[in-house]
Design a protein around this ligand. Structure first.
Ligand SMILES: [Zn+2]
Length: 246
């Protein structure tokens, strides 16, 4: 199984596509002739389409060649996403992070499942009253799952520096997040981390107990998302391109 996470034109008739596959991790390949009306792929390959792929990777130094793509359930993927721009942008953003934090041919089967589930859930929440709020919850949880899978899980249940739990801090409830500490930081440690950001109480509570996140209001979710965007910006060395659309 594979999900298309990037598709760019390569020539008049061909595309370069990046698939996140369950068995082999991320793979970029040339889809020759994919833009011809009668191609082996039933037309251009769209981002978020998923299904079974066959590719040849004779030489890992070079781009692989996509030889077959059989889209799941006869659809072209999550094309309904395009009806809700915010949901679509969240999916593009998730795909960008996935692309930039994983390596070619480095399999993460659980991350594959998390991403596919994220796309399905985000698509199903369209047309409900709180679409953007629900989508943000899904996106935040996906980003945390991604960090965990690639070995960068932030420390959120105690101070990442002195390890003291939040319960033991009776004097102050000031909580900060620091990318360089890779997690939350207590009041005693915050001066050592110039990059720290002070968290509101609800945001700190959600991060240390993710079950609370489904009850969080829009303001708190936006705050958490902006902390995560800052964190990914530090990790990647640049701001994710799609961040400005969230
Ligand atoms: Zn501390």
């Amino acid at each position: 199984m594979a999900i298309c996470i990037r598709a760019v034109d390569f020539s008049e008739t061909s595309q370069i596509v990046t698939f996140f596959t369950k068995a082999n991790g991320k793979i970029s390949a040339v889809a020759k002739g994919s833009k011809r009306p009668k191609s082996a792929f039933d037309g251009p390959i769209e981002i978020f389409s998923h299904g079974n792929i066959v590719f040849s990777d004779s030489n890992k130094e070079k781009l692989a060649t996509l030889t077959e793509f059989e889209s799941a359930s006869g659809t072209r993927g999550f094309t309904d996403l395009s009806s809700d721009l915010f949901v679509l942008n969240c999916c593009y953003f998730a795909a960008e992070l996935l692309n930039k934090t994983t390596h070619d041919y480095d399999p993460h089967p659980e991350l594959f499942d998390s991403f596919l589930q994220f796309l399905k859930d985000a698509n199903e929440r369209r047309d409900t009253l709180h679409t953007s709020q629900d989508t943000l919850v899904l996106l935040i949880l996906f980003q945390l799952a991604l960090l965990k899978e690639v070995g960068l899980q932030p420390i959120l249940n105690s101070c990442a520096n002195c390890k003291s739990s939040r319960e033991s801090q009776t004097t102050s409830h000031e909580i900060y997040f620091s990318s360089t500490a890779n997690g939350i930081i207590c009041k005693d440690c915050e001066t050592s981390f110039p990059d720290k950001i002070r968290l509101s109480q609800p945001a700190a509570n959600c991060l240390s107990n993710l079950k609370l996140i489904t009850e969080a209001n829009k303001k708190t979710l936006n705050e958490i998302e902006s902390v995560l965007i800052g964190h990914f910006t530090e990790l990647l060395g640049h701001k994710p391109k799609m961040a400005k659309y969230l």
